[in-house]
Ligand binder design. Structure first.
Ligand code: AHR
Length: 538
């Protein structure tokens, strides 16, 4: 997936992000027409699978300003920080209840040597994948674990299979998790953390079919078996379910026979596994890009690009279904999770930015794209039990953009926040026929909806109106509960390419929406090009 990127090292022009929007040519979207009424039905008594909170996971790679500047500014920075980690970013992420963070990559992970990132003297190395810049290693193991502590997330550590060894990865895990006084555990204590760390998820390689070493599935399997066997978690609190560290194998990276063959080969081997190796999740990467290299602009686009990108993102459903069906052949009990640990929009780099830093803006289109993908994951909740959007701060479809001391929350951030109630809620099926939205030769469903019940029994509905021109009046019949009151918020903006910038941070921000309960019916009007989340009390 990365073959198309020729990374040139040159200084990043971060200012473009601040100014980018003002100069954009207006995308002409027709004014909203009168709403027509759509019937939707929800039966709250029909419980589906749990929507695992881990599908709202994040990904932080050592790439551009994803970690350095985005998360880590160092303890001496004038930017308010706690032990070097930005307070504003931590505060924003806490509100998302981030379940897990995947780190240190990405492609970076297969060239990462953990020893360079521990102790008082940090080796300065290079980051050849991403702009060829120097890697100070000042954000290493302890800083990552401190960051997780500050935001309240679990660790998803990707170990180096491409250029590392099982021994190196095994020693990292011993350093992280051993409680007994081994030399490595004592070194961890000397470096400030006597107690063993909790490592919830272990990624065994990243894109081993490409940037992670261009392996065949058979070759990867031999690596996987060795890493699965030898890279142990020694934390006494993690020796049994449900606290056991879950191991995630490299899975497919796109559409087509190469990827179905990969999934088939790895899952078939898993079915015939022996006592000495195992894994718990199969990773899948799928970016919304339309075609490589990424050429769609992240700002200053019109309805044609809006419709095309949404069409492309909806392919996620078919990919998940295809790979789930292969997994079902070998794992009908769905023991292995499909882990979509890289997803999101990948656009052309912002003009003037370092192309190796993957800097892009984030618009209302991305908010809608995020909601559509989260809905796909919810519908496949029995198999998709973890996902990680790429990436958390300043890289690709980010939650947060920073520029020195400034920070702005993106439209995608707001969707993740609005969807917090869906974390660990029980999926409830929704049926609707809202017809279609057509632009040029692209035809899409007009409305997308999911529902779920939280632990307190409250019903939550998420409704996305893909049509940028027509609002939808929804009458939702609610069976299986006695609705009493409803409240919600909606995220929209004047244009499909509206963005939040450092100068205008609230162009795309949620606002309250009126929702009425009439008997067993919920009535509300959904604005064009919007994401709405409503709760129903009973
Ligand atoms: O997220 C950027 C890159 O995309 C990751 O490093 C790699 O795994 C993928 O190709």
């Amino acid at each position: 997936m990365l073959q198309m990127l020729a990374f040139i090292s040159r200084p990043v022009t971060r200012r473009r992000l601040v100014l980018g929007v003002a100069g954009v040519v207006a995308a002409s979207i027709a004014p909203a027409a009168a709403a027509e009424t759509i019937a939707l039905s929800v039966d709250a008594s029909k419980a589906g699978a749990k929507i695992d909170r881990n599908v709202f996971g994040q990904f932080a790679e050592h790439l551009g300003h994803g970690v350095y500047e985005g998360v880590w500014v160092g303890p001496d920075s004038p930017i308010p920080n706690t032990r070097g980690i930005r307070d504003d970013v931590v505060g924003a992420l806490k509100a998302l209840k981030v379940p897990n963070v995947r780190w240190p990559g990405g492609c970076f992970a297969d060239e990462y040597h953990w020893r360079k990132g521990v102790g008082p003297q940090r080796a300065v190395s290079l980051n050849p994948n991403w702009g060829g810049v120097t890697e100070p290693n000042s954000f290493g193991t302890h800083e990552f674990m401190d960051f997780l502590d500050q935001i309240g997330a679990e660790a998803y550590v990707s170990v180096n299979v491409g250029s590392g060894t099982p021994q190196e990865a095994a020693e990292w895990l011993e350093y992280l998790t051993a409680a007994q006084p081994t030399t490595l555990a004592k070194e961890r204590a000397a470096n400030g953390h006597p107690a063993p760390y909790r490592i919830a998820y272990l990624g065994i390689g990243n894109e081993s079919w490409d940037c992670g070493g261009n392996m065949t599935p058979e070759y990867y399997l031999s690596q996987l078996k060795a890493y699965s066997r030898f890279v142990r978690n020694f934390n006494p609190a993690q020796q049994q379910d449900p606290n056991r560290m879950l191991k995630i194998a490299v899975g497919p990276g796109g559409d087509g026979p190469r990827w179905t063959e990969w999934t088939d080969t790895v899952m078939k081997a898993w079915q015939g596994r022996s006592w000495s190796w195992d894994f718990d999740g199969l990773s899948m990467h799928n970016y919304t890009v339309v075609k490589w290299p990424p050429s769609y602009k992240s700002t200053g686009f019109g309805e044609a690009e809006y419709a095309q990108i949404l069409k492309s993102t909806l392919e996620m459903d078919r990919l998940v279904a295809t790979h789930s069906a292969i997994m079902d052949k070998y794992d009908p009990q769905k023991k292995i999770a499909l882990v979509v640990d890289e997803w999101g929009a990948w656009y052309a780099p912002l003009p003037g930015s370092n192309p190796g830093f993957l800097v892009q803006q984030n618009s209302l289109r991305d908010a809608i794209l995020a909601a559509l993908n989260l809905n796909v994951f919810a519908r496949h909740a029995d198999r998709v039990r973890m996902a990680n959007i790429a990436q958390m701060v300043n890289v690709l479809q980010a939650m947060i953009l920073t520029d020195r001391e400034k920070m702005v929350l993106t439209p995608t951030y707001h969707v993740f926040k609005m969807y917090v109630p869906f974390q660990d809620a029980t999926f409830v099926p929704v049926s609707l026929d809202a017809g279609t939205y057509t632009h040029g030769d692209v035809t899409l469903p007009r409305l997308d909806a999911i529902a779920a019940r939280d632990a307190a029994g409250k019903l939550w509905l998420a409704l996305t109106n893909l049509d940028p021109n027509r609002s939808v009046a929804v009458e939702a019949s609610l069976a299986g509960l006695t609705p009493r009151a409803a409240a919600g918020e909606t995220l929209t903006a004047p244009r499909v390419d509206s963005v939040n910038s450092f100068d205008a941070p609230s162009v795309v921000a949620p606002k309250a929406i009126a929702a009425k309960i009439q008997g067993a019916t919920l009535a509300l009007t959904i604005e064009p090009k919007s994401v709405t989340v409503v709760s129903v009390e009973q």
